[in-house]
Design a protein around this ligand. Structure first.
Ligand code: FAD
Length: 352
């Protein structure tokens, strides 16, 4: 049922309301041409707008993965793009050396990157739209707001359910909320982080899907427990693959670890094999316990799938030393004989 009010009795209820884009509370965000991208309807609206209005320039508010992926979509249509965000750091969770590669990739594709500019308002002009920040004004015909999302947990909150990080609905490993007859799953709910053991809110597709399946099993009495998330994520920025799993140095400090970090440059293919390119790895470990805490990878190929090895290591609670002893595959088209994951762990061990 869409948009209506109804009453429906239940034995077991699942709340799977997802997340909604955050829209800054400033004038002009409701103007035609100011968009968010959350679902297929949003995508269709954007496509229709691009067909109807000659858009030469788009301003993207935000610099998360959706913002960066949309840069590529806009540039493929030869639309100029400027990205704006209030914070001073481009990708705060990533080592600056790796983050600068991502920024350079955007700039090499003529994307303007404007840090430290808080949005004041968006106004309509004769030629389209004007994005007004304190010391920056950008003319454009379209604005994409991609400044983050928030869990749709209002219903749960009103029902008195306990909320977790970022006001997501708190669930146990069986996806049960604080009410024994109500489950919650997906972007609206929280999860355990496998590295910290603490609750976290990381809205991504696999864990939403997995939680949904677990609820279906548990409603039928299976008693399935979902272990948790490592925050594994990948995205593409033009010709670069960006991948992460686990904790950044800052995350690690917040959770009382003593992080040590190694940043290495390796290759995507053996040096004897044509067509290789640099692959950069940031690896974080805990000085106290020796545990592997997190990995970030940036490169033109081999970053996205390579992240799965450290993700598994995080789930297994491996130390950096244990990870450095793993038997990872080698053949010249796919990497050096010492996989970049092993080179990074060997370097990290030296400083731990
Ligand atoms: C542009 C974009 C790209 C993405 N790319 C990736 C990616 O590459 N990898 C990845 O892992 N994740 C990605 N994600 C995130 C991924 O889409 C979400 O994690 C996933 O869809 C969450 O599933 P969900 O079922 O919890 O929520 P949703 O898919 O958001 O579904 C929630 C549903 O609940 C409905 N709803 C909300 N409130 C109510 C209510 N009160 N009553 C009834 N229904 C309600 C909504 O309309 C919606 O249909 C992307 C997201 C976006 C927006």
């Amino acid at each position: 049922m869409r948009g209506g009010t109804f009453e429906f009795p239940y034995d077991k209820l699942l709340i799977a309301t997802g997340a909604a884009p955050h829209v800054p509370d400033v004038p002009g965000t409701d103007l035609p041409g100011v968009m968010v991208l959350k679902n297929l309807d949003d995508g269709r609206k954007m496509k229709q707008f691009l067909q109807e209005i000659p858009v030469r320039k788009t301003v993207i508010l935000g610099m998360g993965y959706i913002a960066m992926e949309m840069c590529e979509a806009m540039r493929a249509r030869e639309i100029e793009v400027d990205m704006v965000k209030p914070g001073p750091v481009f990708i705060p969770w990533m080592n600056p050396q790796l983050a600068s590669l991502v920024r350079k990739e955007l700039e090499a594709n003529q994307v303007g990157v404007h840090l430290g500019h808080l949005l004041h308002k968006i106004v309509k002009t004769e030629k389209g739209l004007k994005v007004i920040c304190e010391d920056l004004i950008l003319d454009c015909q379209m604005v994409l707001i991609a400044v983050g999302i928030r869990p749709c947990s209002e219903l749960a909150e009103k029902a008195g359910l306990i909320l977790g990080p970022s006001k997501s609905i708190a669930v146990d490993k069986k996806m049960l909320t604080s009410d024994e007859n109500i489950y919650a799953a997906g972007d609206c709910s929280d999860a355990y982080h496998v590295v910290t053991g603490q609750k976290t809110w990381i809205p991504l597709a696999l864990r939403a899907n997995r939680a949904g399946w677990a609820v279906a099993d548990n409603v039928l009495g299976a008693g399935i427990e979902v272990e948790g998330v490592a925050g594994t994520a990948v995205y593409k920025v033009f010709d670069l693959e960006v991948a992460r799993t686990g904790l950044s140095v800052e995350d690690a400090k917040k959770h009382s670890f003593e992080p040590s970090e190694a940043v290495i440059e390796s290759r995507t293919r053996a040096h004897t094999y044509p067509g290789g390119s640099p692959l950069f790895v940031e690896m974080v470990g805990d000085r106290k316990s020796g545990r592997l805490l997190g990995v970030h990878i940036v490169g033109k190929e081999g970053a996205a799938h390579r992240i799965n090895a450290p993700a598994v290591a995080l789930h297994a609670g491996m130390t950096v030393e244990e990870f450095s002893q793993t038997d990872l595959a080698y053949a010249p088209p796919f990497g050096p004989s010492w996989d970049p994951m092993l080179t990074a762990s060997n370097q990290l061990l030296k400083g731990m």
